[in-house]
Design a protein around this ligand. Structure first.
Ligand SMILES: NC(=O)C1=CN([C@@H]2O[C@H](COP(=O)(O)OP(=O)(O)OC[C@H]3O[C@@H](n4cnc5c(N)ncnc54)[C@H](OP(=O)(O)O)[C@@H]3O)[C@@H](O)[C@H]2O)C=CC1
Ligand SMILES: CC(=O)[C@@H](O)[C@H](O)COP(=O)(O)O
Ligand SMILES: [Mn+2]
Length: 435
């Protein structure tokens, strides 16, 4: 879909057409999203082998990229999927180690010889996004470090399945412009569960018929607690997400509600609906992944048990659905689904980012960068849980007068990177004073 419009083709309309063949670069392949994306690839291959090629998309992995945190897993993935390019954001030594690990994996198996091109360094993921063979890039990197790969994929005219919401938040208008300039009709497919849900529900009506977007939130592990009761929670408690098994940063962000703040802005940037027509509903069961309310009072929801393989598969094969990629709801068993408003007193992040986004420019990038630093400090044990969002607020408040602020009309990649650098340094300074 282009931004600000409903998806050009709905999943149901596409099911009668031949399934697509997509050649995919997976960025962040060793993480929660990346490993589940490889599950989707293997599921499609198995279905095609069993049932023939007529109903299931063909997914080929052309490149894998990750950090340097789990080179043995990256090597095992490479040996199994045999992409032509494998990349690590690490050093030349990491690349050498990766080469050795891949050779050992291949030697241990019985397959044919395999020696991929190996890239390394901070720019490697963006190089993969732009230059690796293939038509589709899944960005499953964590953090706004994913901005360069997001822009690189779109600027190269590739289809971008976007899990890395931070790149959209930080890049804002820059990502929208790259989408608008793409030769593809639907260059960006959201993978985030709520936005995949919204994209599916939006297919039920025209833009002008949309009244509100309702973004659901699990409420995280601390739902129902007041501000005072959040002060002494531990990293371990913050990582005990009630419904989703995800990476450390997004899980922590769910506990602070920063994730929901990012997702409200993500919905605004993706679908062109005003921020004041996007509301959050706390839904602890994570069965309803988001809803679209139309002008006639009808509300369309997307519902499925919490399983990211569904939105990842749709992101890779949109608008085609992959049979059996996830289970449906158990309609024969009794179940209770509840909805409640967000407690903005205890969890002010959504309000804070809406305000920063209304002011525009580099505000959202600063919000996200300060949060990334504060989340790291929380897990390092140097700050309290409540100080994460308090510090983001303090940094945001200083941003307009900092010299690092750029208004929306002058936004550039350099301006975003400058504002992020300032926000990270300022957050560290504030936290250093408190440590
Ligand atoms: N997990 C989920 O269910 C959901 C996640 N998302 C979003 O998806 C994104 C990924 O989340 P998640 O999978 O949970 O995160 P993880 O922490 O599990 O994985 C992050 C991945 O990014 C890689 N990585 C880190 N830095 C770089 C870099 N500079 N270049 C290339 N790769 C890098 C890591 O490599 P390594 O560790 O090997 O160094 C790892 O493969 C986030 O933006 C998150 O908000 C959205 C909805 C749901
Ligand atoms: C699975 C997914 O999309 C996550 O972003 C999820 O939304 C996190 O759950 P919360 O609703 O608790 O933030
Ligand atoms: Mn989400």
């Amino acid at each position: 879909m282009k931004f600000g419009s409903v998806p050009a083709a709905s999943p149901s309309a596409a099911s009668v057409e031949a399934p697509p063949a997509r050649a995919v670069a997976i960025l962040g392949s060793t993480g929660s999203i990346g490993t589940q994306a490889l599950d989707v690839v293997e599921h499609c291959a198995a279905l095609r082998a069993e049932d023939g090629p007529d109903a299931t998309p063909e997914l080929t992995v052309t490149a894998l990229a990750a950090g340097a945190g789990n080179l043995p897993l990256l090597a095992a993935q490479a040996a199994r999927h045999r992409p032509g390019v494998v990349a690590t954001s690490g050093t030349a030594d990491d690349a050498e180690r990766l080469r050795t690990l891949i050779a050992a994996e291949v030697g241990a198996g019985t397959g044919a010889a395999y020696a991929p091109v190996i890239l390394h360094g901070p720019e490697a993921a963006a190089a993969v996004a732009a230059e690796a063979p293939g038509d589709t890039v899944l960005n499953g990197i964590t953090g706004s470090i994913g901005l360069a790969p997001t822009l690189a994929a779109l600027n190269a005219g590739k289809r971008l399945a976007l899990a890395n919401k931070e790149s959209l938040i930080a890049g804002g208008r820059l990502v929208q412009e790259a989408v608008a300039a793409s030769p593809l009709e639907q260059p960006l497919i959201p993978v985030d569960s709520e936005h995949s849900a919204l994209a599916q529900a939006l297919a039920s009506g025209a833009d002008r018929e949309v009244s509100r977007l309702v973004v659901t939130a699990s409420g995280g592990p601390f739902r129902g607690r007041g501000r005072e009761e959040l002060r002494d929670v531990t990293p371990r408690e913050a990582l005990a997400h009630p419904t989703w098994d995800m990476g450390l940063v997004v899980t922590t962000n769910s506990a602070t509600m920063v994730n929901k703040a990012l997702e409200v802005l993500e919905a605004h940037l993706l679908f062109g609906v005003d921020l004041d027509r996007i509301v959050v509903a706390v839904h602890p069961q994570s069965m309803v992944h988001s809803l679209v309310e139309f002008v006639d009072g009808s509300t369309i929801a997307q519902v499925s048990p919490p399983d990211m393989r569904l939105p990842i598969a749709l992101g890779l094969t949109w608008p085609h659905r992959v049979a059996g990629i996830a289970s449906g709801c158990a309609w024969d068993a009794p179940q209770d689904w509840t909805f409640e408003p967000l407690d903005e007193e205890a969890f002010p992040a959504v309000r804070m980012l809406k305000e920063a986004a209304r002011a525009g420019g580099t505000g959202p990038a600063v919000f996200n960068a300060a949060n990334e630093q504060a989340v790291a400090a929380f897990h390092a044990g140097t700050i309290r849980f409540t100080e994460i969002v308090e510090t983001v607020g303090a940094v945001l408040a200083e941003h307009p007068g900092s010299g690092a602020h750029t208004p929306d009309e002058d936004l550039s990649v350099e301006a975003v990177l400058r504002a992020e650098r300032w926000a990270r340094e300022r957050t560290d300074e504030l936290l250093g004073v408190r440590a």
